[in-house]
Design a protein around this ligand. Sequence first.
Ligand SMILES: Nc1ncnc2c1ncn2[C@@H]1O[C@H](COP(=O)(O)OP(=O)(O)OP(=O)(O)O)[C@@H](O)[C@H]1O
Length: 569
Amino acid sequence: MSADTCRRTIGGFSRGDSVGANPWQYMQPFPAPSRNLRRRAMDHLPLTAKLAGASMEGGAGGRVVDTYKKTLATAASVAAYAMLARGMARELLPEELRAAVRWVAASVRARLGAGGKDRHTIVIRRHFDGGYSENQLFEAARTYLATKIDPRAMRRLCLARSRHKEPDGSSSWSTLLCMEDGGSTTDSFEGVEFKWTSVETSGDDGGGKKGKSHGSSHRAPRETLELSFDAQHTDAALERYVPFIMSAAEQLQRRDRALKIFMNEGRAWHGINHHHPATFDTLAMDPALKTAVVDDLDRFLKRKEYYQRIGKAWKRGYLLYGPPGTGKSSLVAAMANYLRFNLYDLDLSEVRLNSTLQRLLIGMPNKSILVIEDIDCCFDAKSREDSKMPMPADAGNSSDDDGPPSKACQAPQQQQNLTLSGLLNFIDGLWSTSGEERIIVFTTNYKDRLDPALLRPGRMDMHVYMGHCGWEAFRTLARNYHLVDDHALFPEIQGLLAAVEVTPAEASEMLLRSEDADIALRVLTDFLQDKRRRTRKEASEINIDTAEKAMWVSPSPLIGPCLSEETKY
Ligand SMILES: Nc1ncnc2c1ncn2[C@@H]1O[C@H](COP(=O)(O)OP(=O)(O)OP(=O)(O)O)[C@@H](O)[C@H]1O
C-alpha cells in the first residue's frame, strides 16, 4: 500500500501530518468512520489513544502526537540512563554513599506520596544518646510492623533475631521479618492511613553506634523508621496510634517469649522455663464452664479503665476446687499459656512471717499469676486467728531474712507469724496499692474446709468447680490423645461415664495405654465397666449394711419392742 493510497483511504490529513501515528492506518480496510462516531468512541479511549486520535482531527492534533512521541522517546532514554547509572553506582559508589542516595530518594518518595497534602513525619531512631541507648519505641514498632509485612509482596526483606528483656532480668529471643532500607508499608488505624518507611544512613557522621566488629573505626548504619501521615491526624498518631503500637508489640513479645514458673526460696523468687502444654483446647472440662472462664479472662484484660473508674484494684481471683486429678493445675497452666503471664507458685510452708510474704508479693511483676495450691492445708485453725506473736528467736537468722531488712524487720516486736488473715489482708492491700493486671488462683480439693474469710463475696471473683469426667470432657481427651471424634465404642463409654465417677486424670491414663485408638478405647471401656461393677458391689454392701443397722435400730412397732426387750437383758 502506497502512502498516497493510504492518505486517500483515511482522508482528512494534510501534507506533513504523521501518517504513521494514525491508529486507523493499517487496521482500516473499510471506509473511515464518521467524525461523530469517532468523537463518541474517543470518549471511551485512554489518554494515549485520544492523543493519537487527535492527530486525525487536523494540524494541531498532529503536533500533539509529535509531542507525545518525543515525550515517550525522552522517557525511554531517561529510563535507560537511570538503569545504566544505577548499575554503575552499584559498581563504583561506596555503600555509605549509596545509602545516603537511597535515604534522599525515600524522603522524596515520601513527600511525593503525600499527593500535595501537608504531611507530617515522625522519625523513630533505633539509638539515641549518641548511639548508646536503645529506643524502645523502635523495637516496638519493628515488632509490630513484622505482623504487617507480607513477605510475598516485598521483593527485599530483612530477617532479624531480636532480644527482649524480661521483667525478671532474663532475656528471650524472637525472629522478626523487617523492612529493608527504603522499604515501606502502610497501616490503617481508626480509618487513618499511616505510612512506615525504613531508612538507613551511614553512622559515620558520629550519630551511630560504633561498630563492634573487628574493632575498626567503621560505624554501624543509623537505622530509623519514619512514620508519615496527613497533618490533620497528628493527634491520633501521637495520642492513640503510638500507644497502640507499644501495647500491641508488648502483647506480641509476650506471645513469643518462653513462659516461666517461679518458686519462692526465702524472700526471693527463682524461675525456670515453663513448658506446660495445657491449653484451653486440650483441657477436658464442661464446655460452658470453659467458655465462661475464657470470657472472664478476656473481660478482665480489657477492663483497665473500668477498674480505675470504679476504684478497684485491677486484679482477679479464682478459686478452683474439685477432687484430685480433675485438672485444677492444668487449668492454671492453660490460663498462663492463654494470657502469656508467668506463674508464681507460692509455697506457704516456706514462709514463716507475714513480712516475708509481703516482700515476695511485692517482688512479683505485673501481668503475672500467683498460685497457692491446696490452700485448705496451708493454715491450721490456730494460725487463722490474727495472732500477734513475738518473732521467733531464730527468725532473724532464718532463710527468710536474706536481702536488705524490710520495715517490718526493723521493728521485731511487731513481726507476725504468717496467718490467713495476714495473707488475705495483704493481698487485698497489695493489689490495691502496687502492681496491676494480676491474677491470683487458690486451689483446693475440699472447698468445705476453707475458712469463710476466703469465700467471702468479693475475695475470690470466680469459683470454678473441676468435676469428674463427663461426656464432653471425654471427647476432648479422645481428640487430644487419638485424634478421634467418633468411634463404635463411644455410645457405650457415654453410658458408662453417666454411671460411674472417673477423673480426667484416670481417663487420660487409660487412653495413654496404647497408641492404637481401638485398643486404648477398649482399655478405657474395660476400666469403666470394672469400676461400675465395683461401685455397684460397694453400693449393695452399703445397702445391706444400712439395712442391717436399720433392723437393729428401727423404730418399727413390729420389731422395736423386741429389740428393746433383747437389749434390756
Ligand atoms: N481436665 C483435664 N483435662 C485434661 N487433662 C487432665 C484434666 N484433669 C487431669 N488431667 C490429666 O491429669 C494430670 C493431673 O491433673 P492435674 O494435676 O491438673 O489435676 P489436679 O486437679 O490439679 O490434681 P490435684 O488436686 O491432685 O493437684 C494432668 O497432667 C493431665 O494429664
